[in-house]
Design a binder for this molecule. Structure first.
Ligand code: XMP
Length: 590
């Protein structure tokens, strides 16, 4: 089939691709290829050093970003012939630097790195790549080296405060470079740069329907896995389940296995839910986790212990199932945001501790024995793929749930302590986590008397020494009659939290409220009376990616109904509402 035709062949893949992405190092190139396909143009990834003659068919070439410096020994390069015959080339990030370097420009270490958001000043250049994009606009950067001097025949057309040459162009030769990442959602109008390249510069025709991505992913899985088998640690969440289902479809159920580890820190019904998935075995490790956590109250220590126990269980499974033998490769549900360095912060770091740092897993990674079928997709796209695979809405609409489970929603205290009154309300001496910049801080909580989001936002930022503001929903027992009790993570307290959480999940599902919020943690805090020592905090939030979040109100009737059911749970003295945005308060309480 010709690259320019509009039909899709029965196998679902137009051949040859109109756009070739040269892989200069890892994570970016797959997202770049996918973004071009999202524009309706079929693109494929090739090794960067492929001879120019083997990709002469392509209407355009993208040189991807990558983590190297052009001066590193053995860093990826491209056949310079690709620049010689008028084939359009767009270099992205490292790709721009490599283009500049190979064509006689200069690449130098930047004075400081530029990671994350920046503002691009783009000249009003009359060339097709930047058409309609002149002016000042947000972009996403991830680099240290910069182009110090452009090659002859090029001009620098864009800059940021840190990077003097952030976009280059030689329009007569159809050669372009950008230091930023147009493929990342944080780059404003990022798709317009790619669309200009694909349609205006390369003259491509639409030949691809993004809904055909499932056969493509399946083909990639088959190429990566070869005749080996795939093993997953699944969490019951959307990402790992979709990745697992894709592998099962691509390879057949007999070649894909999964284990779900029951840590004893799961929500009600969760293990049963995972156990119903075909091909998933359950590893029960409740006693191991709860034993290791007995008597521990410090939040960081709890997280650390859970991480360590997870590593032990994973190693045990890898050993006992002989997964290190070469017939096996590890499947992971890594999604795109997990791989963006600046998107990492505390969350990604912690996730890595639990799932990616096991020595056995690292060995598999080092030997290239990992398949990550959804690693170039964002969460909403993973959900769409799941729908195409026919996975249940119940699974796909699940909210994110943290790896350490209920442990980080069940707060502990190393001492009995009284609630203190303060000019703005009451200081509740339980330590909850907040976020300032990239670091996590622990501080007490301010309780005010009304569900007033505006006042709470103001106080969370102005009252010293607190990072979170809550209000009682139903002041059945006055706060002044409650205190904080010394306690740790016990089966009894976890059961209490599990019951309250199950009530919230059920009622929010029945009322449809769960579809209006991004996540709804339910937290147990050791605040109450001798007869009922704990309280529940409701934390419905809206967010895009979990990096920032807003506390959202909920319908009064639903809130009252939730509250009266939760107060029936044995040992619960009160129900509070978390009114804090992130920052300063994280979504989770630990
Ligand atoms: P925070 O509490 O940092 O949470 O505002 C942001 C998002 O990350 C989730 N989260 C975790 N997920 N392991 C996970 O798998 C963790 O240790 C962890 N900590 C927080 C949290 O649920 C929210 O969606």
């Amino acid at each position: 089939m010709n690259a320019g035709s509009t039909g899709i062949p029965a196998c679902g893949l137009p051949v040859p691709p109109q756009i070739v992405i040269l892989d200069a190092g890892g994570q970016y190139c797959h997202l770049e290829a996918r973004r071009v396909r999202d524009l309706g143009v079929y693109a494929e990834v090739r090794p960067s050093e492929i001879p120019a003659s083997e990709i002469a068919f392509a209407k355009g070439i993208v040189i991807s970003g990558g983590p190297s410096s052009v001066y590193d020994p053995g860093s990826p390069t491209v056949d310079p012939e690709i620049f010689a015959h008028g084939q359009p080339v767009l270099g992205i990030c490292y790709g721009q630097q490599l283009m500049a370097h190979l064509l006689g420009g200069q690449v130098i270490p930047g004075e400081k790195g530029e990671y994350g958001l920046a503002m691009l000043e783009l000249d009003d250049a009359a060339d097709p790549l930047f058409a309609g994009l002149a002016g000042r606009r947000q972009i996403w950067m991830s680099h240290r080296d910069v182009v110090g001097a452009v090659p002859a025949g090029f001009s620098a057309v864009g800059r940021t405060e840190t990077c003097a040459i952030a976009a280059i162009a030689a329009p007569e030769r159809k050669l372009y470079g950008v230091q930023f990442h147009p493929e990342v959602v944080h780059t404003a109008r990022g798709m317009d740069y790619l669309s200009n390249f694909v349609f205006r510069v390369c003259g491509c025709q639409k030949d691809w329907d993004p809904r055909h991505r499932v056969p493509l992913i399946e083909r990639e899985i088959r190429e990566c896995v070869g005749d080996r088998n795939v093993f997953f640690f699944v969490s019951g969440g959307v990402d790992s389940t979709v990745a697992f289902a894709l592998c099962t479809r691509a390879l057949g159920a007999d070649r894909v296995r999964g284990v779900y580890v029951d840590t004893g820190l799961m929500r009600a019904g969760e293990t049963e839910f995972a156990g119903r998935m075909p091909g998933i075995a359950i590893e029960r490790a409740e006693a191991q986790f709860l034993g290791a956590l007995a008597g521990v109250t410090d939040p960081e220590r709890k997280r650390h212990i859970i991480g360590e126990e997870f590593v032990r269980v994973q190693e045990r499974i890898i050993e006992s199932r002989h997964l290190l033998d070469e017939n096996w490769i590890l499947g992971q549900g890594t999604i795109y945001p997990d791989t963006i360095e600046s998107g990492g912060t505390a969350k990604a770091a912690v996730i890595k501790t639990h799932h990616n740092r096991v020595a056995g897993i690292q060995k598999l990674m080092e030997s290239g024995r990992i398949v990550e079928p959804v690693k170039s997709f964002y969460k909403d796209e993973v959900r769409e793929i799941g729908r195409e695979l026919g996975l249940s809405a119940e699974l796909l609409e699940r909210h994110p749930f943290p790896g350490p489970g209920l442990a980080i929603r069940c707060l502990c205290s190393d001492r009995d302590a009284a609630v203190r009154s303060a000019p703005e309300g009451c200081i509740v001496p339980v330590n909850s986590v907040g976020v300032q910049g990239d670091s996590r801080t622990y501080a007490p909580v301010l309780a005010i008397d009304a569900l007033d989001h505006d006042r709470a936002t103001c106080l969370a930022n102005s009252v010293r020494g607190v990072n979170r503001v809550i209000a009682p929903v139903e002041p059945r027992i006055p706060l002044a009659e409650m205190q904080v009790w010394a306690c740790s993570l016990t089966a009894e307290r976890l059961a209490r939290l599990r019951s309250a959480d199950a009530i919230v999940r059920r009622m929010c599902h029945e009322s449809g409220y769960d579809r209006q919020v991004w996540q709804f943690p339910v937290i147990l805090i050791p605040l109450g009376t001798a007869a009922a020592p704990d309280s529940i905090v409701l934390r419905p939030v809206d967010s895009v990616d979990g990096m920032t979040a807003q506390s959202v109100p909920m319908p009064g009737e639903l809130l009252q109904a939730l509250c009266s059911e939760i107060l029936q749970v044995d040992g619960i003295a009160g129900v509070f509402y978390d009114l804090t945005n992130k920052p300063p308060g994280t979504i989770e309480w630990e």
